[in-house]
Design a protein around this ligand. Structure first.
Ligand code: ZN
Length: 151
C-alpha cells in the first residue's frame, strides 16, 4: 500500500542529507541570521532580490536538526522567482499548515512540495524548527540586521 507518511519522511531525509541551495550566493543584496535556541538550529539566509522585488536567488547556510535543514532546503527551492506577496502568502499558508489542530490535507496547490512538512504539527516542539527559515527569510527582506529568534 502507498504510505503517504513514508513519502514525506523520504523527502525530509533526502533534503536533510543533500540540502538544495546550500552555501553562500555569489551575488546577494540581503541576508539575515536565524536562531532557534530550543533546538539549537542556526541558519543564515542569502537573498538576491531583483529590481522588481522578486526573489532572483536565495540560499542558506547553517546547521540544525533534520527538520530545520529540510525545511530551509524546500523553502529556498520554492521561493525562486517569487514576488514578496507570493512569499508572504506561502509563509502564512505554511504556518497555518504546521499549526493546524485538525488533520486536514494541506492545500497542495499553494504549498506544493512544502506540504511534506505537514507532519510536524504532530510534534509541537518541531514547529519552530520548520518555521525558522521562513522568519529568517522575512527578516532578510526587511534588512532588520537583527538575529531572528524563535523564543
Ligand atoms: Zn530543530
Amino acid at each position: 500500500m502507498f504510505d503517504l507518511r513514508d513519502l514525506y519522511q523520504q523527502v525530509i531525509v533526502d533534503h536533510n542529507k543533500s540540502p538544495r541551495n546550500f552555501g553562500k550566493l555569489e551575488h546577494y543584496n540581503h541576508e539575515a541570521d536565524g536562531y532557534n535556541p530550543l533546538c539549537g538550529d542556526k541558519l543564515h539566509i542569502y537573498l538576491d532580490l531583483d529590481e522588481q522585488g522578486r526573489i532572483a536567488d536565495v540560499s542558506f547556510e547553517g546547521e540544525g536538526c533534520a527538520i530545520s535543514v529540510a525545511s530551509a532546503s524546500l523553502m529556498t527551492e520554492a521561493m525562486k522567482g517569487r514576488s514578496m506577496q507570493e512569499m508572504q502568502a506561502m509563509f502564512e499558508a505554511f504556518q497555518q499548515m504546521v499549526t493546524a489542530d485538525i488533520a486536514e490535507a494541506p492545500d497542495d496547490d499553494t504549498l506544493g512540495k512544502l506540504a511534506v512538512l505537514a507532519g510536524v504539527r504532530e510534534f509541537p516542539s518541531r514547529i519552530k524548527c520548520a518555521t525558522l527559515c521562513w522568519h529568517t527569510l522575512k527578516a532578510a527582506t526587511e534588512d532588520s540586521g537583527k538575529v531572528v529568534k524563535t523564543e
